[in-house]
Design a protein around this ligand. Structure first.
Ligand SMILES: Cc1ncc(C[n+]2csc(CCOP(=O)(O)OP(=O)(O)O)c2C)c(N)n1
Ligand SMILES: [Mg+2]
Length: 381
């Protein structure tokens, strides 16, 4: 790409904010107890620490790929905290903080990152019912945007069955260019489904900046075309995110239908460990966003208001590393999922030609061959 880099067009700051970057407050704080705020803080530290550890493990070859939500962690935790037990959550790969808020076990997360199948993980890391997350957390599909119609359909099922549950989905701003996003929002509007869709606008979709993703001034305004209410919040402000998501969740639960919320934030690191953002974006951009760091901002607030002190902060950080190491080791101890389990768990009936072909390819690879170069086609007959 040489000298050519996309220039990030800094997003308009015409959004809802409560917590300023210096830790001071403007407007009214949502009513959240100090104990709950400390829980948010612990989840933020847990997310940041785990992702840093996972990144180190990726460099050592333990994980083949690792993605980070650094700089975006406030969106997940503050939105997830607006849910109630029994609700549904549809996260993508950058909402670890939302999953950890509802106590997704880290050993299972780790075993998943190692490439293990869910049913294999469940077998090797059993979870007593009383320790399971009380919010229903869906595994994320790799195909972007798919969570939106899934969440809308889930919300429709709850509505038709008279259940007072809400579905919360997260989608990256790049994924709003997928048809699924629009199909889902259209149904959400027409069918008045109890769901909240959050566009986590981190300014980048791998190497494509948000300004090249849409000609619309904001992602929030896309809701207008579907007849849905919308909000645009500072995604690096836990209070702003929580306030607006809570209102939307409460309205959905009361029969008021869906809401689209754009959370404006920034992907501080590479897209994932297979990417190098230095090729396509500039350092001064990252320097600017560093001044808006969501965790440091919230920490300042907690320290200044005496909710957290230096000793408690040090203790939380120290305990976190030790606790996570133990859980990561448990996840790593899960033996690899037998490769042919993909045929056993997900395919049914008599094997057709493509399954026979794939089984033969796998056998070739397991025997040390290269299925693309060495495969002669046995198994196809
Ligand atoms: C349907 C589909 N197209 C392309 C991809 C490849 N892909 C994976 S992540 C990504 C970028 C997504 O950007 P965004 O939605 O903004 O989410 P972010 O990574 O910034 O959190 C792409 C194109 C995919 N997984 N699914
Ligand atoms: Mg993005």
């Amino acid at each position: 790409m040489g000298e050519k880099k996309w220039a990030e067009v800094r997003p308009s700051e015409d959004y809802f904010r409560i917590l300023n970057p210096d830790g001071s407050v403007q407007g009214t704080l949502p009513g959240v107890s100090h104990q709950e705020l400390l829980r948010w803080y612990e989840v933020l530290v847990e997310t940041r620490t785990f992702e840093a550890m996972a990144s180190r493990l990726q460099r050592r070859g333990v994980l083949s790929v690792a993605a980070s939500s650094r700089g975006e962690e406030a969106v997940g935790v503050a939105a997830a905290a607006a849910l109630q037990p029994g609700d549904w959550m549809f996260p993508a790969y950058r909402q670890l903080s939302a999953m950890l808020y509802w106590k997704t076990p880290v050993d299972r997360v780790m075993a998943g990152l190692m490439g293990n199948a869910p049913e294999h993980i469940r077998e090797h890391l059993p979870l007593p019912a009383e320790q399971a997350p009380t919010v229903n957390i869906m595994p994320y599909p790799v195909f972007l945007g798919a969570y939106v119609p899934l969440a809308v359909g889930c919300a429709l099922a709850d509505k038709l069955n008279g259940r007072k549950q809400v579905s919360l989905a997260f989608v990256g701003e790049g994924s709003t260019s997928e048809g699924d996003f629009h199909d889902g929002l259209n149904f959400a509007g027409i069918l008045n489904t109890p769901c909240v869709i959050i566009v986590q606008n981190n300014q980048w979709s791998i190497s494509v900046p948000a300004s090249r993703q849409t000609a619309a001034a904001t992602f929030a305004q896309k809701a207008v075309a579907y007849g849905l209410p919308h909000e645009r919040v500072d995604g690096n402000d836990v209070f702003a995110v929580h306030d607006k998501v809570k209102q939307a969740v409460d309205r959905a639960r009361a029969g008021g239908g869906a809401t689209l919320i754009e959370a404006v934030t920034y992907r501080m690191l590479d897209h994932n460990s297979a990417d190098s953002s230095a090729v396509y974006r500039t350092e001064d951009e990252a320097d600017y966003w560093k001044t808006l760091d969501p965790v440091e901002r919230f920490e300042k607030y907690l320290l200044v208001n005496g909710i957290l002190d230096a000793a408690a902060k040090a203790r939380i950080e120290a305990d976190m590393e030790a606790r996570l190491r133990e859980q990561i080791d448990r996840g790593r101890a899960v033996p690899p999922t037998p490769a042919d389990s993909m045929f056993l768990s997900h395919l049914h009936g008599e094997p057709g030609w493509s399954e026979r072909h794939q089984r033969a390819e796998l056998a070739c690879e397991l025997a040390g061959g290269n299925p693309f170069m060495d495969f002669t086609g046995e198994g196809l007959q």
